[in-house]
Design a protein around this ligand. Structure first.
Ligand code: HEC
Ligand code: HEC
Ligand code: HEC
Length: 120
């Protein structure tokens, strides 16, 4: 009768997976591929945001979602240097003060760092 038991178990697991898939928590959502942002006036170059590199640097999904950024591209409002300068959006961490995994995150407004985000 172990055949029936494992059959039931398999069904239970399939049901549990279906349930998880229909009510996605952060842990079940896959990080999206690199994304770039529309360029604002006089932007020195396209900015590409890498989820992969940010996760590798020790950021958690909840470090950004959903307090700083919503989880749908283009819904957090246009990203701008004005917001970044006052510590919002990317500037919540790229302020030369915030440390992640013991390392101070590079300062967005330092002229030496523009090219870390803006690529020609
Ligand atoms: C350092 C900040 C940061 C971290 C950490 C982060 N994200 Fe994001 N995520 C963003 C930004 C920025 C966007 C784009 C928001 C926008 O355009 O309004 C985004 C968008 C998304 C989207 C929407 C993609 C789309 O095409 O609409 C998903 C899904 C997502 N993130 C999942 C995750 C998951 C899962 C994790 C953890 C593994 C994670 N994110 C960690 C910054 C982050
Ligand atoms: C942490 C990443 C990051 C760094 C570093 C950074 N920027 Fe930006 N910047 C952005 C993002 C994201 C945008 C929005 C997309 C775009 O306009 O290209 C942006 C937009 C801009 C814009 C368009 C208009 C505006 O004000 O929003 C200008 C101009 C600009 N940046 C200049 C700079 C200069 C100059 C530096 C260096 C002192 C710099 N940025 C450093 C992320 C960064
Ligand atoms: C929750 C904190 C946090 C936020 C918000 C954040 N970053 Fe970062 N970012 C980090 C950390 C930590 C690193 C790795 C340490 C370093 O390079 O200073 C990093 C590294 C980077 C790098 C260098 C690695 C790479 O991907 O090439 C770029 C570029 C970058 N971030 C761009 C951005 C942009 C653009 C935004 C906004 C859309 C943003 N970051 C928002 C924490 C953050």
């Amino acid at each position: 009768m172990s055949y029936t038991r494992s059959g039931t178990l398999a069904l239970t697991i399939a049901f549990a997976i279906a349930l998880t898939a229909t009510s996605p928590g952060l842990a079940q959502v896959k990080a999206p591929p690199d994304m770039s942002f529309d360029k604002g006036k006089d932007s020195p170059g396209t900015v590409t945001f890498s989820h992969e590199k940010h996760i590798a640097a020790g950021n958690k999904c909840t470090s950004c979602h959903v307090k700083i950024f919503k989880m749908k591209k283009g819904t957090s409002g246009p990203i701008s240097m004005e917001k970044i300068k006052v510590g919002e959006q990317c500037g919540a961490c790229h302020n030369g003060k915030t440390a992640v995994e013991g390392k101070t995150v590079f300062l967005a407004t330092d002229a030496a760092n523009c090219e870390k985000c803006h690529k020609k």
